[in-house]
Design a binder for this molecule. Structure first.
Ligand SMILES: Nc1ncnc2c1ncn2[C@@H]1O[C@H](COP(=O)(O)OP(=O)(O)OP(=O)(O)O)[C@@H](O)[C@H]1O
Length: 431
């Protein structure tokens, strides 16, 4: 059902031959969502052998949907480009010959002489800084909450705007900061991390600004500060909310003018970095309470990017667990039982991914037969909330037999009273 009329228009044929020399994968579509043409880069990266795509709907090819994205709960760039007659951009997960991948999609309408949209050119760019498949390192995720954060990261990365990452502890702020750097135009420059928590005023100053020989006892040689090391790259100030008030003014000057002085030095030095900061603290409230300078706050908060806590992206837990199991230091053949995965999905994760990592690393030590079971997780309530289907006698006995904690912990994990647990243990012949 290819739109031959459009395809044969000389302008479109010229366009197709032009696109073929583009290094980015590109396709031409009509307003009925059908792929009319693709360039060589698309063919190479996205075409599946033996699976034709010409004349097929974009949503069927890229998403295996039977309806357009907007009817499947996702944003459809074609719909909005059609309505606005202007380009639209979105981050989607596409099926590729390699499996699901994050793809940055930009769609431009082709408009005819009477101002009608007659087709589109779509440019697809695979996002390499995050994976929608299990991977032993780096950012992984594919839940809507994760995709939203990643989409924002893609938007801001290529600008020079300072980014403020907001998220609870263990939500991956450092990984996001690194991904931002790697996506930015400074990717070939250094990525320098300063952990501002627990640094005293003097330590902060000498770490960030460096010092001259003899600036203080023990300063035996001149030392470059991290602001200097970050020249040409990205400076990531983690836990910016912990920077002492007295240091905030020096930091502000550094950020505003790129100038600073080493401790004990007279010379004003110049550096040039992209600033990324992160905090789990309520900075706005700290500004209101006088604990954080307002001018510094405005300076760093140009682009606040909220990282979702794990409980808002529980759809990613299986993917994260699989990724953690691929990490070195353990037995790569280990698996997780479906029940254990369900229990992980119901736990609230106050410590986020860091806590998940610790739970999995600990559980691996107990999984003698290669399978991580609920009891190995050591989760305390509400791992199995009251709303979950009650365990039958066999399920209860299996759970109780393999549970590593005390009877009290068992009761908590099952959301039962200790008396009920005792009664059921007796019934199962376990007490
Ligand atoms: N999306 C993700 N995919 C894979 N691993 C992740 C992801 N997010 C976080 N992690 C892992 O979780 C752990 C915590 O991440 P990270 O240190 O970046 O968190 P953080 O928010 O900076 O924590 P804190 O605020 O406590 O410093 C790390 O082991 C990291 O590799």
């Amino acid at each position: 059902m290819t739109d031959h009329h459009l395809l044969q228009a000389p302008e479109v044929r010229a366009l197709i031959s032009y696109l073929d020399h583009e290094t980015a994968p590109m396709i031409v579509m009509n307003t009925a969502y059908e792929i009319l043409a693709a360039n060589t880069a698309y063919e190479r990266q996205f075409a599946v052998a033996g699976k034709p795509y010409l004349g097929h709907k974009c949503y069927a090819i890229s998403h295996r949907f039977s309806v357009p994205c907007d009817q499947a709960g996702e944003h459809c760039p074609l719909q909005s480009a059609l309505a606005s007659k202007a380009p639209d951009r979105v981050l989607h997960i596409h099926h590729t010959p390699r499996g699901p991948e994050h793809v940055d999609v930009e769609l431009r309408p082709i408009i005819d002489a009477s101002h009608r949209v007659i087709g589109f050119v779509e440019r697809l760019q695979t996002v390499r800084q995050a994976s929608a498949r299990a991977r032993g390192s780096g950012l992984v995720g594919q839940s809507p909450a994760f995709n939203r954060a990643l989409g924002e990261l893609q938007r801001v990365a290529k600008s020079e705007l300072p980014v403020l990452l907001l998220g609870e502890s263990g939500t991956g702020k450092e990984l996001f900061a690194r991904a931002l750097h790697e996506t930015s135009l400074r990717a070939s420059g250094p990525f320098v991390v300063v952990d501002c928590s627990g640094l005293t005023e003097t330590l902060f100053e000498s770490e960030v600004f460096g010092y001259e020989k003899g600036a203080f006892t023990g300063a035996l040689a001149r030392k470059a500060g991290l602001a200097e090391t970050a020249n040409g790259g990205t400076l990531f100030l983690d836990e910016i909310g912990d920077v002492p008030l007295s240091m905030q003014v020096k930091l502000l000057r550094l950020i505003e003018s790129g100038t600073y002085r080493r401790v004990g030095g007279l010379e004003t030095l110049q550096t040039n970095f992209r600033l990324v900061t992160a905090t789990h603290k309520p900075l706005e409230r700290m500004v209101a309470d006088g604990q954080f300078r307002q001018d510094l706050y405005y300076r760093i908060a140009a682009f606040p990017l909220r990282l979702p806590p794990l409980r808002e992206r529980s759809g990613d837990i299986a993917l994260l667990v699989e990724s953690l199991l691929q990490r070195s230091g353990g037995n790569a053949t280990q698996r997780i039982s479906p029940e254990a995965l369900t229990a992980l999905g119901q736990y609230p994760w106050p410590g986020n991914i860091r806590e998940l990592r610790n739970v999995i690393e600990r559980a691996r030590l107990f999984a003698d037969d290669g399978e991580i079971k609920v009891a190995h997780l050591g989760l305390v309530a509400p791992a199995v909330p009251h709303s979950a289907a009650p365990l039958d006698a066999a399920g209860f006995a299996e759970f109780a037999r393999t549970f590593a904690g005390t009877r009290k912990a068992l009761a908590a994990a099952l959301g039962m009273s200790e008396r009920t647990v005792y009664r059921r243990l007796k019934q199962a012949g376990l007490a």
